[in-house]
Design a protein. Structure first.
Lengths: 548, 327
């Protein structure tokens, strides 16, 4: 960094003094300059623009992709895209630490022509840095595919539109994914072996699980190695998929996204199920089950990998009786999967109209953005529109045509099984293409022969269909596209952090140590004191505004 | 430790300067100093530059704790709100829990983690035979290089109530251990013991170095006088370690509220939440997960201030009591 000073020469006495002081000055200056250089090193770089000016259409594209995904230049569909749009694409591929890179990139205002990825620039980024991007709502004429998607897909346009009416980022939509991420499984082979019926209510379920526990359900001679009920680790920061919040479906309470921070909408009214009587019913059931030893002893403290490996049992002997997962082969392994059956929600009491978590896997926000500084806006618009083409949407999701997907007719495609024989279909998809990170629109009418894991998920969703039919997406689901002001978000999240600290621990304590009946009122009072009502009121206000 | 500026000045011979030094203006003293010792400053320059750039310059961001953060206005552009975020933190229903948990975890770690390496160093020092000594030393400091995630993974495996080694062996002895990962009373011991296991060997290296510098004549003299092993340790080894101990203690006190974030967060689960929510995990949840940057900065600043006060107080006490101190 600092220049190496020349070794002091044996200078004649008279001159020594001024020269030394000059050198000292130089050193001092170097010491002062050094931090300045460091600062420059931190903030500088990337000032020289890579994009060509004028009509020549070379576009710089930043893509945030999965670490498994192969290089963009190895994907054949990229060539098709370039030909279709008449451009040359220059890729910058990011698969780690995007958040850090993003904030510096945005703060420096130095954005490549196109930015691609799942929620790659979030709504809160756009609230600040929206002006860095092209407002696509003014260019809809140049984007026929996108316009068609906005017309045909419910919620697509609302998802893309910011509070001020501008559209900086486009969502993706893919049909064929099941509405729910969580499916409920029970070991059918155990039921058959013990001569039991598929349980439909909490009481029946309790009896079934008790039989799993007390008898040698898996028939390996050890009556004590069965775990009747197991669920995915519940985070201290909120609720998600494959957790006992799924049991709420049997009480008729509509949740979405696995539960989140507890807020839900029912017939247009916002509430928080963590303080709802129906959650108390679930807790009472879990307390009773746990007291009888029906719940995995490690359920509150295991990590996700332990949860997964326990589910896979050993060899042909299953260990877990009932659990939740994406598909039975993902949850229990290919060997044990045939033993398990997916099941409908278990009712808290006979006659309840069941519901199921309403998830948003089909419509995901903010997949592609166009820089406002780009020299080739028109070329950029052509690329965006090409991404929403039917053929390309299939290929960006599953891989190149011919190698990973076969086109079997007009608008009909078959996704080929993994060629290496060892990968599962979703790993295969992430390896060979941008998969879910890419923008795109898999149309409702596209005929797709799905890869086995998706087909399995769709098939095993069947028992949930009646419950999902009870959920009215307009009245019973919090619309994910509602955007809130920073001040309100701040209030909400402050309260939620405190609330979750109380609710997550209360859940664990109630289930493992009991006391739901005695402790419930105090618990709800503590939530009220922590600002629950204030949050519910705020959410209600936004909900009413968006519906009205 | 490193020589301070004053000490350097005493040790490096100052070239005689014409005229009375006392009467010269301070500027001249500085330029004299630079003239005669610029090489030292040059060597220090990169370190000074790094410290300035990465420790002092970012401090301007601290004003975020007193401003309402506004994306559009940047770090320093938000409205001035004074101590509002601090008041918000003190008024939070979680404040006293957070403080209690943080102090419990870090103070226990500090005390146990301070004593254990000293004991280990004294023991290793007593082992006869170079190879055995080396083996013991290497074996004890190797765990230091295991990443925190892996350590927590190991704890998850070993303490699993159904299949873990520890609960199972306790079960064989007829002791019902319960779920050590979920118990509120076991959280601090599990945290501290694994922490000590991991870092004890590494931290003892500095003590071993101090012990290696003890004059062998002292041991010989003690042996001639008929001192037992315990007496040698008590009267030669321990006193030799005291200055190192005090410096390390002062430095550790500077981190009294720094219960490490990663390990606490990884060990956290809904069951042990009442004792495992500490200031750093709360700041993470509120600051990063919920984007409350100003609030998180205020919490961080509060944390640092407490640490600073502890550091200064310990240093002053050490200065009075044992005449050893950082400054």
């Amino acid at each position: 960094m600092a220049r190496t000073p020349r070794t002091p020469s044996a200078a004649p006495g008279g001159e020594a003094r001024p020269r030394r002081s000059r050198r000292a000055l130089r050193t001092g200056a170097a010491a002062l300059v050094a931090p300045a250089l460091l600062v420059a090193g931190c903030t500088g770089g990337g000032d020289d623009e890579g994009g060509e000016a004028g009509g020549s259409s070379t576009l710089d594209v930043l893509v945030v992709k999965h670490p498994l995904t192969k290089g963009m230049d190895e994907m054949a569909w990229v060539k098709t895209l370039e030909e279709e749009a008449g451009v040359t694409l220059n890729w910058e591929e990011v698969s780690a630490d995007w958040d850090q890179k993003k904030s510096t990139m945005l703060a420096a205002g130095d954005v490549p022509d196109l930015v691609i990825g799942t929620n790659v620039i979030t709504d809160s980024d756009l609230a600040t840095y929206g002006s860095l991007f092209v407002d696509l709502s003014e260019h809809m004429d140049a984007l026929p595919n996108v316009q068609a998607m906005f017309e045909e897909v419910d919620g697509a346009e609302q998802t893309a539109t910011q509070t001020d009416g501008s559209v900086y980022a486009l969502p993706r939509w893919k049909q064929a994914w099941p509405q729910a991420i969580t499916r409920q499984y029970i070991n059918q082979q155990w039921l058959d072996a013990l001569g039991l019926e598929m349980p439909t209510t909490f009481d029946e379920l309790y009896d079934v699980l008790l039989a799993f526990k007390t008898e040698d359900a898996n028939g390996n001679g050890d009556p004590d190695d069965e775990i009747p009920l197991d669920w995915a680790p519940v985070a201290t920061t909120g609720w998600g998929y494959f957790q006992p919040s799924a049991l709420l479906g049997g009480t008729g309470l509509p949740i979405s996204g696995g539960g989140g921070t507890g807020y839900f909408v029912e017939d247009g009214t916002v509430g928080n199920w963590l303080a709802d009587e129906r959650w108390k019913e679930v807790l009472l059931f879990l307390e009773r089950a746990n007291a009888a030893g029906l719940v995995s002893t490690n359920v509150m403290t295991q990590d996700y990998s332990a949860y997964q490996s326990v589910g896979r049992g050993s060899g042909d002997d299953a260990t877990v009786g009932m659990s939740w997962g994406w598909t039975s082969s993902d949850r229990f392994g290919a060997q044990l999967a045939p033993q398990y059956a997916s099941m409908a929600p278990v009712l808290s009491e006979p006659g309840v109209e069941p519901t199921w978590s309403w998830d948003f896997e089909n419509l995901t926000p903010n997949h592609i953005l166009l820089s406002a500084q780009s020299d080739a806006i028109d070329a950029g618009l052509r690329v965006i529109d090409a991404f929403y083409d039917e053929d390309l949407s299939v290929q960006t999701l599953f891989g190149d045509e011919g190698e990973y997907v076969t086109k079997t007719g007009e608008g009909a495609y078959e996704v080929l099984p993994p060629a290496d024989g060892t990968s599962d279909p979703s790993t295969w998809k992430w390896t060979n293409s941008l998969a879910d990170a890419s923008p795109g629109w898999i149309r409702e009418e596209t005929q797709l022969v799905l890869p086995t894991d998706l087909a399995e998920a769709v098939e095993q969703s069947a028992p949930l269909e009646p419950a999902l039919a009870n959920v009215d997406p307009d009245e019973d689901v919090w619309p994910p596209y509602i955007k809130m002001s920073a001040a309100d978000l701040s209030t909400l999240s402050l309260n939620n952090t405190t609330l979750l600290n109380l609710t997550q621990n209360a859940f664990a304590q109630f289930v493992t140590n009991g006391g739901v009946e005695a402790g419930w009122d105090d618990y709800v009072a503590s939530l009220e004191a922590a600002g629950l009502q204030q949050n519910i009121d705020l959410y209600q206000q936004y909900y009413d505004a968006s519906e009205g | 430790m490193a020589l301070t500026l004053g000490e350097t000045a005493e040790k490096v011979p100052v070239p005689p300067v014409a005229g009375g030094r006392r009467r010269r203006p301070p500027g001249a003293v500085v330029s004299d100093h630079l003239r005669s010792r610029w090489q030292l400053w040059l060597m220090l320059a990169p370190a000074i530059a790094l410290t300035v750039v990465f420790a002092y310059v970012p401090m301007y961001g601290l004003q975020l704790a007193f401003r309402e953060f506004d994306f559009a206005q940047g770090l320093t552009g938000g409205d001035w709100v004074g101590l509002a975020y601090f008041r918000q933190f003190f008024a939070s229903p979680l404040f006293w829990d957070l403080l209690r948990n943080t102090v419990a975890i870090s103070l226990t770690t500090l005390v146990v983690g301070f004593v254990a390496p000293i004991a280990l160093a004294l023991v290793v020092n007593q082992v006869v035979g170079r190879r055995r000594k080396r083996f013991l030393q290497t074996a004890t400091y190797l765990p230091h290089f295991i990443s925190i995630v892996v350590v927590v993974g190991m704890l998850q495996v070993f303490l699993n109530p159904a299949t873990g080694v520890l609960p199972r062996s306790l079960g064989l002895l007829g002791v019902e251990g319960g779920n050590l990962l979920g118990s509120t009373s076991a959280f601090v011991p599990v945290y501290v013991i694994s922490e000590v296991w991991q870092h004890c060997g590494w931290n003892s290296i500095i003590y071993l170095a101090a012990l290696a510098s003890v004059d062998p004549q002292l041991y010989e003299a003690a042996r001639v006088d008929g001192a037992s092993r315990a007496q040698t340790v008590r009267h030669i080894d321990l006193p030799a370690l005291v200055p190192t101990m005090i410096v390390l203690l002062i430095l550790n006190m500077g981190g009294v509220l720094n219960a490490g974030f990663e390990k606490v967060f990884l060990l956290q689960n809904p069951l042990n939440l009442p004792v495992s929510e500490v200031i750093s995990t709360y700041a993470y949840k509120i600051g990063i997960l919920s984007s409350q940057f100003s609030y998180a900065t205020a919490i961080g600043l509060f944390n640092t201030l407490i640490n600073f006060v502890f550091l200064v107080v310990t240093n002053q006490v050490a200065k009075r009591v044992s005449n050893t101190s950082l400054w």
